[in-house]
Design a protein around this ligand. Structure first.
Ligand SMILES: [Zn+2]
Length: 121
């Protein structure tokens, strides 16, 4: 299957969210991710399909490569290539770790404030 019909099939079932510039897949979704038929036997994520069209990603040749959504994109079924990057599961995990760490100092501060308040009372 060549990329062009894939792109046509993607656009046929997509609406654009103008506030986020997300390209939102209206076809089959599972656990938030959108899926499109790749060949007779296999479906792939619409974000993966997008990467094959716009980033030259070859999902069958590079199974370890993972297409990730940028942290600022709120929609897992979005396939706007500007909202995606080529990474791997390790980088995805790292993103989540950074997001958790950002919460950490605030929680720590609160614990200290609570501790001081307890000592004073
Ligand atoms: Zn998006």
């Amino acid at each position: 299957m060549t990329p062009k019909p894939l792109l046509v099939r993607l656009w046929r079932r997509t609406i654009i969210d103008e506030s986020t510039e997300c390209w939102l897949w209206q076809g089959f979704c599972d656990k938030g991710h959108g899926y499109i038929r790749w060949n007779r036997w296999k479906a792939i994520g619409v974000h993966v399909a997008s990467a094959t069209i716009f980033m030259g990603h070859e999902p069958m040749e590079n199974p370890k490569v993972q297409i990730n959504h940028r942290p600022e994109c709120p929609n897992k079924h979005c396939w706007n290539p500007k909202h995606l990057y080529i990474g791997n599961s390790y980088m995805n995990m790292l993103d989540k770790t950074i997001a958790q760490r950002q919460n950490y100092p605030i929680k720590q501060e609160w614990k200290e404030i609570e501790g001081i308040a307890k000592r004073r009372s």
